[in-house]
Each structure stands twice: as structure tokens, then as C-alpha cells.
Ligand binder design. Structure first.
Ligand code: BGC
Length: 420
């Protein structure tokens, strides 16, 4: 699947690096952006499982939640003919890399281990390029969660976390009046958009959400419901602290863990932080479906794709990594640490916590009832070009005190149209 010029450059790199003695026979360089406490522990599970089989994990971690920086670095490495053996690539970007001819086919390992039977169909399809697997999925994260600190809620006399937007604003007002920060938020574009996405899912509902963010329909992107999404989104600003700009998502999660803020709207990688801090669901913190989205499930799947290399030994190591990721014991250990649920439908969740069990239940219900949607904020619904255009409009609006919801909806449609 590789173009000739890329192959030559890549061979040149291998030859050079072998000459310098830097490439070990069973080396796998892995690009990812798992650098927070919980994420690093999950990455460690993968590294250890691979190393137990005699392979050497060469860590290529690029900090930055959401992976924007990691993707930029990956592009530079790949076009200079020097890609890592494996990289965390998600959603429609997988097809994009496949189309450019960079990726290894995983048909043999996927057939041997029955991926088609064990991976939910909608996810399996997104791992394929022209019907061939070119990426292996690790997990299913649910994006539409609300996390809450139980002690802080109790201290201000709130017995139940909010489950609708209306309840959220009432509860948040009470928490604010009592002198606490209602919502922990990190002001980075991808986090602004994560917040925007859960509100959009509530206000638009799954069908219109798909029309806007999967089908890129201009009438929906600029329509009156989208204006309402921007209006509600703006109201959130009243309940975050003034120091939110530039804050990393895990620092925001730490505010909830430490009782410095009451709630966070974030995917369940946030649970990895609670776990790493030794906190227990139902006791120290609560996980509830994000405002008004009980029947919906915005999914975010982490996956690794493997780059064409010139040596057989690299391909062996890549396939060992793909097999490891799909192995049941690894699936359990990794996902219990990461906060997600296993990608394999045949794995029992008996040893998982109540949030994971609720997530699996919600996934199955949403799949049955039409509430399953790909997360736009996490790059599952569209290419990085369209996603970046959305990030810019949404984040500018959120950070502009004079931002106008009607103009923002118009700008959103225009920006998406230009990026298509
Ligand atoms: C990834 C998660 C990661 C999160 C924050 C998401 O895009 O899918 O695995 O934990 O970003 O870094």
C-alpha cells in the first residue's frame, strides 16, 4: 500500500539507523498522547504486556489531550519517510491514512482472531480501508458523562447530580452561591468542543446531531436548533472559574477529585484519573449520563494503525502488538485502568466498576434505539479538516464575551462548507 518514494525514504532511514545501531530487532515505536496520570498507567499496561513477549516498546508520547499535537508530529514523521511502527489514529483519519497508502493490512490477524464477529459493526467499519482492517481498536469511551464530587454536592445540600440542562443551571447556581466552582473546565479548543458536543447531543437529539456532524448538512449547522445549542453553551461560561484558559483536562478533573470544583462534563478517560487517585465511584464521585443524554451514547474509540516498514521483523512486531491489544486479559486490565469498556463484545464486565457496567448497558441500548453517535469532538465523525474548522468557530465563540449565537451558527456552516 506504500508509494515508491515513501518506501525509498523509509528504507534509507532504516539503513541509516541500522548503521548507527539504534533500531533493535524487536523494536516497536508507538506514538500516542496518553500522558496524564491515568492514561500513562494504561499505556504502561500495554507496554508491559508487549515486553513480556520479548518486544521492546519505544515510547513516542506527545502530550496534549485530544491528540492534535500528536497528529501534527505524526504527519511530519510520515512524510519524511520515517513513521513510527504504530500510531494512535482514530475515526475517519484512518481511512485518510489508508488512502494515502501508508498503512499495513491486518487481515490475517483479524481473521485469525475473529475481529468481525467480536467488534460492534459500526466500529469495525471505521477500522477498515476498502474492506481491509488497517487499525486495531482498544476500547470504547463514552463522551457524554457528567462527573461529580459527592462530598461537595452534599455540603451544599444537593442529593442528586443534575440530569438535565435545566437542573444543571439550578444546581450550578446553588453551588456558585455557596462559594464553590460549579464546573471544572479547561479552556483548550478540544475541551470547549467536548462541552459543546454534549449540549448539542441534548438539544439536537441523535438524528439532527448526525445530520450536522456526520452529514455536514448546512441547513442544520446554521439552523435554529444550532442557535439554541450555542445559546445554552454560552450559559455554561457563568459556572466556570476565571482561570480556565489553557488548563489541561486532567487538571480540571483533579479539581473535581480534590473538591475544588463540583462537576466536569468529560469523556470517561476522566475516570482513569479518579482511579489513579484511588477514588471510588458511588462513594467519592458519581458518574451520570451528561445532561439530557441518558439514551444517547457518543462513542470515542482509541485505535492503533501500523505503518508500512521495510523489514519483516517490524511487521512481526506490529502484528504482535495488534494481537496483544485484542487479547481478553489485556482488554480487561487496560480498560479497567483507562476508564473505558472493552472493544470485544464477549468480555464479561464482572470485574469492572459500576460506571463501566452502566456504560456497556448504555451502549447496547443506544445501539438498539438509534442513540449511538460518533463523537465529533474526539475525531470520530469527520476528518481533521472539518473538525479543525468546527473547533475554531466553537472555541472563538465560547471565549468571546460578545459572541452571538445566531452569527456563530452561520459561521459554523460556512467554516464546515469551506473545509469539505
Ligand atoms: C482519547 C483518549 C484520551 C483523551 C484525553 C481522547 O481523544 O481518545 O484516549 O484519554 O483524548 O487525552
Amino acid at each position: 500500500m506504500m508509494k515508491n518514494s515513501k518506501r525509498c525514504l523509509s528504507m534509507l532511514y532504516v539503513a541509516l539507523s541500522m548503521g548507527c545501531g539504534t533500531v533493535s530487532a524487536k523494536n516497536v515505536e508507538v506514538l500516542h498522547w496518553w500522558t496524564s496520570g491515568g492514561e500513562a498507567e494504561a499505556a504502561q499496561v500495554l507496554k508491559q504486556t508487549l515486553e513480556e513477549q520479548g518486544y521492546q516498546w519505544q515510547d513516542f508520547a506527545i502530550a496534549g489531550g485530544g491528540g492534535e499535537t500528536a497528529m501534527t508530529v505524526l504527519k511530519t514523521r510520515a512524510v519524511s519517510g520515517n513513521p513510527p511502527e504504530a500510531a494512535q489514529i482514530k475515526g475517519p483519519d484512518i481511512q485518510e491514512w489508508g488512502r494515502l497508502g501508508f498503512l499495513v493490512s491486518l487481515d490475517d490477524v483479524s481473521q485469525q482472531h475473529r475481529w468481525d464477529e467480536l467488534i460492534p459493526e459500526v466500529i469495525a467499519n471505521s477500522m477498515k480501508y476498502q474492506s481491509h482492517y488497517v487499525a486495531v481498536p482498544l476500547n470504547i469511551h463514552r463522551v457524554n458523562w457528567l462527573w461529580a464530587n459527592t462530598t461537595l454536592l452534599r455540603d451544599v445540600g444537593i442529593t442528586q447530580p443534575p440530569t438535565t440542562l435545566q437542573q444543571f443551571f439550578q444546581v450550578a447556581e446553588r453551588i456558585k452561591q455557596a462559594g464553590h466552582i460549579p464546573l471544572a473546565h479547561g479552556g483548550q479548543p478540544w475541551q470547549d468542543v467536548t462541552l459543546f458536543e454534549v449540549i448539542a447531543l441534548d438539544v439536537l437529539g441523535p438524528e439532527m446531531y448526525r445530520q450536522a456532524f456526520v452529514d455536514n448538512r448546512m441547513d442544520v449547522l446554521s439552523g435554529e436548533h444550532m442557535v439554541e445549542v450555542f445559546t445554552q453553551f454560552k450559559r455554561m461560561h457563568d459556572y466556570i472559574d476565571p482561570n480556565y484558559r489553557g488548563r489541561d483536562w486532567n487538571v480540571a478533573t483533579a479539581m473535581v477529585i480534590q473538591g475544588k470544583a463540583a462537576m466536569q462534563l468529560m469523556g470517561d478517560w476522566a475516570k482513569g484519573e479518579f482511579i489513579a487517585a484511588g477514588k471510588k465511584p458511588g462513594i467519592d464521585y458519581l458518574c451520570v449520563p451528561a445532561l439530557g443524554t441518558t439514551n444517547e451514547f457518543s462513542y470515542n474509540v482509541d485505535s492503533f494503525a501500523f505503518f508500512e516498514m521495510s523489514r519483516d521483523i517490524d511487521t512481526q512486531a506490529q502484528k504482535a502488538l495488534a494481537n496483544t491489544i485484542f487479547e481478553p486479559e489485556f482488554q480487561k486490565k487496560f480498560n479497567r485502568t483507562k476508564g473505558s469498556i472493552p472493544i470485544r463484545s464477549d468480555i464479561s464486565l464482572d470485574s469492572f466498576d459500576s460506571c463501566a457496567k452502566a456504560s456497556k448497558q448504555a451502549f447496547m441500548e443506544a445501539e438498539r434505539l438509534g442513540g449511538l453517535v460518533p463523537s465529533m469532538s474526539q475525531g470520530m465523525s469527520t476528518t481533521t479538516y472539518v473538525q479543525s474548522a468546527i473547533f475554531e468557530v466553537v472555541s472563538d465563540f465560547f471565549n468571546n464575551p460578545d459572541g452571538d449565537p445566531e452569527q456563530a451558527a452561520q459561521a459554523l456552516a460556512k467554516a464546515v462548507n469551506a473545509a469539505l
